[in-house]
Design a protein around this ligand. Structure first.
Ligand code: ADP
Length: 207
């Protein structure tokens, strides 16, 4: 459930001062009690707050835990995915490394001449090629990339919990978000990275 900014402020105030009366909450916010009455009744109705007679409002005992769970299971990859950095198979390692710096991405996705996902190159893949004295100006990314069909992907409608499990299980930094256009041909629509998942984790603690 998406709460308004004022409702979120009310929840924070209750977290800090509970138990707290409606009048005291209104005073802190600088509103009249009648202004926040509908917010308090909604927050109570969805069991975010509990109203204790003659005591005041408190956070519902199981609510913070439930909210995080519900949000995690309701969030799909499409809700949080970021822009993918894609390069063509014939791009030189040198130019691909430049993309890592200019686009600030750790993992680069590679596409074939039809624009479909054909490979993944990570930072360590680049480092390995440099240690191996590969001529980075002439060798293309296709030589060092991890290739299809060995690429682990996710889709817009996968729950982020499942996608995060894939990232943990395979120990990757990021997954390409794909759409299957025809059998085994995938268009890249974004990227799901550990950083994006960490940001969501922090956001969930904010309500
Ligand atoms: P790094 O090696 O920089 O720590 P990763 O752990 O993500 O980054 O990558 C480890 C190896 O797995 C690399 O060889 C990379 O090409 C490959 N790889 C990365 N992401 C995927 C993916 N989604 N599917 C398959 N292989 C991947």
């Amino acid at each position: 459930m998406n709460f308004t900014e004022r409702q979120q402020r009310i929840v924070h105030i209750v977290e800090e001062h509970q138990p707290i009366t409606g009048t005291e909450i209104a005073d802190i916010l600088g509103y009249s009690k009648s202004t926040i009455r509908s917010d308090l009744s909604l927050l109570t109705h969805v069991n975010m707050l509990s109203a204790k007679p003659k005591v005041g409002y408190v956070i519902s005992p199981t609510k913070s835990e439930n909210t995080v769970n519900t949000q995690l299971f309701n969030t799909k990859v499409k809700d949080i995915k970021s822009k993918a950095v894609c390069v063509k198979e014939d791009l030189s390692l040198h130019d691909a490394i430049i993309q890592i710096f200019t686009k600030d991405a750790g993992t680069i996705f590679v596409t074939d001449d039809k624009g479909f996902l054909s490979g993944v190159v990570s930072r360590k893949d680049f480092l390995k090629s440099i240690l191996g004295n590969v001529d980075i100006h002439h060798v293309p990314v296709s030589v060092i990339m991890t290739r299809m069909p060995n690429i682990i992907t996710t889709t817009d409608d996968e729950s982020i919990v499942n996608a995060a499990k894939k990232i943990i299980h395979h120990k990757f930094d990021a997954l390409p978000v794909v759409e299957e256009i025809q059998s085994n041909c995938y268009k890249i629509t974004g990227r799901l990275s550990k950083t994006t998942l960490s940001k969501l984790f922090v956001q969930l603690t904010e309500i």
